[in-house]
Ligand binder design. Sequence first.
Ligand SMILES: Cc1cc2nc3c(=O)[nH]c(=O)nc-3n(C[C@H](O)[C@H](O)[C@H](O)COP(=O)(O)OP(=O)(O)OC[C@H]3O[C@@H](n4cnc5c(N)ncnc54)[C@H](O)[C@@H]3O)c2cc1C
Ligand code: FES
Length: 336
Amino acid sequence: MFRIQLEGAASDFACHADDTVLRAGLRAGLALPYECNVGACGTCKFELLKGEILNLREDAPGLSARDRAKGRLLGCQARPLGDCTIKLRLDDACRPAVPPAMRLGELTETRDLTHDIREFRFRAQGHAQFQPGQYALLHLPGVTGPRAYSMSNIANADGHWQFQIRRTPAGAATGILFDHLRAGDRIGIDGPYGIAYLRTGVPRDVVCIAGGSGLAPMLSVARGLADSQAMHARRLHFFYGARTPRDICGEDLLRQLPGFGERIAYHATVSAAAGDPPWHGNTGFVHELVRDTLTPALSDYEFYLAGPPPMIEAIEHLLLVEHGVPPGQIHFDRYF
Ligand SMILES: Cc1cc2nc3c(=O)[nH]c(=O)nc-3n(C[C@H](O)[C@H](O)[C@H](O)COP(=O)(O)OP(=O)(O)OC[C@H]3O[C@@H](n4cnc5c(N)ncnc54)[C@H](O)[C@@H]3O)c2cc1C
Ligand code: FES
């Protein structure tokens, strides 16, 4: 166990020899800045003032050539080799409401949602504590580095952690999940992480926008809203953007929520309509459907987004630049 001192802070925090600086800080309840946890976004950058660090992912895209030249490191890829002193700016938005922890989860069940998205259900000891919209890091046998996956269910006392995962062609983690993991197998589940969680105290109608494998956290937000007192006073617009008709999913799961068809509406669109099954619905990108469906002003809504970076960028442009939605009303984690 090593001690990590933040420059200028009164106290330090403990970090296990096999943990990372970022995760150890979050486990200690500190507001260390982060987003993806896998070395891609660069939000967790810091400067090492004293001590030695093992860089777990030398080629991580989250560091630019300039960052490397300046000796910057990524907190999510930094394993201390002794006591360290580091310099970074805390971000109060990242302070964990539920400090992340590692547990073993046993695969209990899987089911296919589409031709390439499968739901994986795990059970772990103790309460499954997380906020709707958060994610966990799955540690899979034979895969270098954990992978981030969003929970699709909501917190529960029975230790159920559910994920909806899209198979990536030749993907290391999804290859293990889809082709090798069997019911009864156990993996490490580390979480919760993520700041794009449901805010129940906000008096605005809610818009969830999911693209591709972003279904899970948006479903979790919808389920969390339906489970809260807030749903009685609010409406939920759920948008799903798929590539082809056979990629469409989520409506059957939303239909199970109380208020579907009255206070909850599902809207889907495909960017390539040709294919099987025949498609007679909306075509185009999901941000275009959001623009054409919602009654202005868009600043009257609270937005939750999940999907690939180009989708998030297109929606951010629509909301922030074209419609002046305050940034504090837009919550997302990019899927790298
Ligand atoms: C916050 C977040 C939430 C996500 N939620 C979901 C979800 O709910 N459902 C879903 O289907 N997908 C989700 N993803 C994407 C998912 O994490 C994987 O990127 C995807 O499944 C491909 O993984 P793979 O190993 O099969 O593919 P590969 O092509 O083998 O790996 C690509 C991914 O692995 C990461 N990576 C590569 N090497 C390392 C390493 N050494 N250490 C750590 N990471 C490494 C890359 O940054 C990239 O994300 C999420 C991603 C993020 C960031
Ligand atoms: S690069 Fe570390 S949180 Fe994204």
